[in-house]
Ligand binder design. Structure first.
Ligand code: GMT
Length: 399
């Protein structure tokens, strides 16, 4: 099959997942075309059957906001036409699914067609999609996709709740990990010993957006550090980084909090961690938490969104109400102070991640979805009578 993939290429779980999916599909013999504004950060420079098509928005003085969604639609149209793609798979609804709908409408004018699959990742539904400026176009773009997936049951249900649903079908296909990559024994921890100085290593990886509550990460760490000497490794960057740095200073723990900035290859870092913290107030899945679990790092975090579908409370980590820093810290202290219990939980985490979220099984679900979607009778080429195609699934606002 020939599959186009569009995602946010520079950072974030949706881009990471989309890229890993493309690489896995190519390894299984499919031809994969990434269509986006930059080379996806987890994509090596060359892989057989993998192509990258850059979207160039150009520049013009009138464009205070260059219309990326239109440039993307034009590039999607060209790539589908020139490479006879079967499927355009959009990761994150806005604006990718909208651009795909425009590209498909252009193709249909020429007597061609392509199927559009949209994977909802989280904030495209829980935050951005519900903003007044984007609600109706998000709903429209979901409705016009031939197939829609969500990365967790929570996100599927939230899509139904927020956007309404009559006879719709949002299929849950969870995120996945490559078990061989997130193997603790394979990596050498790159942080020098004079930084960790025999302390426990606590880690957080994110885009440091307000939704992540990174000050809670620092507070939880500071409380743990009082009882179990530790270092906190903060990976990533974003608007709340300065707040987190200030919190560390205020709590007097700056010396043991290290901000590494954006790092593409996180498996070696995770391989040296004892605990992963994720305290977000919304988290549709928590791919970074899954990557930690797969590496044998127990996760402590907030009982929010889809995270309870990833972390098994008491077995592979601990989840508490959003903001309950004291309980999170106490759970961390007890676990880190008990090497036997930590080892049991670490092994359970690595095993559970492999059992439920292994790449092979999840990629096969996407392949089956593409086959079903491409197998559906193509809509008649030509202009749409209703300004769009008959939607599969159909979502509509309840009256
Ligand atoms: O966390 C973010 O804001 C980034 C966002 C993204 O688009 O990369 O992450 C979302 O998608 C990830 C991959 O499916 C999920 O693991 C994250 O839970 C989800 N983020 C939120 O729901 C906040």
């Amino acid at each position: 099959m020939k599959i186009g993939i569009t995602c946010y290429p520079t950072y974030g779980g949706s881009g990471a997942l989309a890229t890993e999916l493309g690489i896995a599909l190519a390894a299984r013999g499919h031809e994969v075309h990434f269509i986006t504004y930059a080379q996806p950060f987890r994509l090596p420079s060359f892989l057989p059957r993998v192509y990258f098509h850059e979207v160039d928005v150009g520049r013009y003085p009138l464009f205070e906001y260059p219309p990326y969604d239109l440039a993307l639609a034009v590039r999607m149209h060209e790539v589908v036409r020139d490479h006879q793609l079967d499927v355009l798979h959009c990761h994150y609804a806005i604006p990718h699914a909208t651009s795909a709908w425009i590209a498909r409408s252009m193709l249909r004018e020429e007597g061609r067609d392509v199927k559009v699959v949209t994977t909802l990742h989280g904030t495209d539904i829980t935050i951005v999609g519900q903003e007044r400026s984007f609600f109706s176009i998000t709903k429209f773009s979901i409705e016009k996709s031939h197939a829609v997936t969500a990365v967790s049951e929570y996100l599927r249900d939230e899509t139904y709740r927020a956007f309404g649903c009559v006879g719709c079908q949002v299929e849950v296909i969870p995120n996945f990990i490559d078990p061989s990559l997130y193997d603790r024994s394979r990596h050498v921890f790159p942080i020098p010993a004079d930084v960790t100085r025999g302390r426990k290593v606590i880690m957080h990886i994110s885009n440091f957006r307000p939704v992540k509550r990174v000050r809670d990460i620092v507070r939880t760490f500071a409380r743990i550090d009082r009882d179990v000497p530790s270092v906190l490794i903060m990976v990533g960057d974003g608007p709340e980084r300065v707040e987190a740095e200030a919190e560390a200073r205020e709590l007097g723990v700056s010396e043991h909090v290290h901000f590494l900035g954006k790092i593409d290859t996180i498996a070696p870092l995770l391989a040296g961690a004892h605990l992963f913290l994720l305290t977000s107030d919304k988290e549709s899945f928590g791919l970074s938490a899954l990557e930690a679990l797969a590496t044998g790092v127990p996760v402590i975090g907030a009982h929010a969104g889809g995270l309870p579908e990833v972390v098994r409370h008491g077995e592979t980590g601990f989840l508490f109400p959003v903001g309950d820093v004291e309980s999170m810290a106490q759970a961390g202290i007890q676990l880190l102070a008990d090497p036997v219990r930590w080892q049991a939980m670490s092994s359970a985490a690595a095993a559970d991640a492999r059992t439920r979220f292994s790449e092979a099984a999840i990629v096969a679900q996407y392949e089956a979805l593409y086959e079903r979607t491409v197998g559906t009778a193509p809509a008649t080429a030509g202009p749409d009578t209703d300004g769009g195609v008959a939607p599969l699934p159909t979502l509509s606002v309840p009256s």
